[in-house]
Design a protein around this ligand. Structure first.
Ligand code: C5P
Length: 222
């Protein structure tokens, strides 16, 4: 086998991308950050001054905006069309609007198809909200990462401090809870643990411990 599919889902700031990148590096797999795709389209729609709940208008943006990734350090670069949006898609304005765009069924269908094309060859680690349930329902390894809201806000707070971003812990907690609520309550492929996913609560685990747990699951297949 050339490699399996690994789906890592969970709520905002549960550490999905950190561990997904490490797992992908460990096995020489491709890492696909599906949240970055929703973020890139949200940024492009905001840039085009389109109403974010106008499905037809956002779909025009999706069709005009190919998303691609390129190698970069420390993080891979994200492009929306020919614009490097790596940084801007992490800003609060995009973060607080992305759930609105991600709730649009046509947008989900279009991005899901792109994700499935990328995953078809196997040897992939994907993180998101609906990878195990909708994007890769046959993934050999499915992980659902959890952590308390307080712990997730604390982690985001520390990351922000390192980057010089000043948002209070209370605001971060509110924003994380609001995004989780929207992502869990939308009609199309809401955030939920796949019935066959392994639940990993990372609240009191180190990054290395989480990576090892996922590696144990992968090693059963390869
Ligand atoms: O993972 P990240 O926080 O970057 O995801 C940003 C947003 O993109 C999520 O809050 C969610 O609204 C949306 N998303 C999604 N389905 C995915 C990945 C992300 O709806 N598979």
């Amino acid at each position: 086998i050339s490699g399996i599919q690994v789906a890592i889902d969970g709520p905002a700031s549960a550490g999905k991308s950190t561990v997904a990148k490490l797992v992908a590096a460990k096995y020489g797999y491709v890492y696909l950050d599906t949240g970055a795709m929703y973020r890139a389209i949200t940024w492009a729609a905001m840039d085009a001054k389109v109403a974010l709940d106008d499905e037809a208008a956002v779909m025009v943006v999706v069709e005009k905006t190919p998303i691609h990734f390129a190698p970069g350090t420390p993080d891979q670069l994200v492009f929306a069309g020919d614009q490097d949006v790596t940084r801007v898609i992490r800003e609060e304005t995009v973060t607080n609007n992305v759930s609105t765009v991600a709730a649009l069924p046509a947008v989900r269908a279009a991005l899901t198809a792109q994700m499935q094309t990328i995953a078809a060859a196997g040897g992939i680690v994907m993180d998101g909200r609906d990878i195990g349930t909708t994007v890769l329902p046959n993934a050999q390894v499915k992980i659902f990462l959890e952590a308390s809201v307080a712990e997730r806000a604390q982690r985001r707070f520390k990351e922000n401090q390192a980057k010089g971003i000043d948002v209070s812990l209370a605001t971060l907690e509110q924003e994380i809870a609001a995004r989780d609520y929207k992502d869990s309550h939308r009609a199309t492929s809401p955030l939920t643990q796949a019935t066959d996913a392994e639940l990993v609560d990372t609240t009191s685990l180190t990054i290395e411990e989480v990576v090892n747990k996922i590696a144990d699951a992968i090693d059963k297949y390869i």
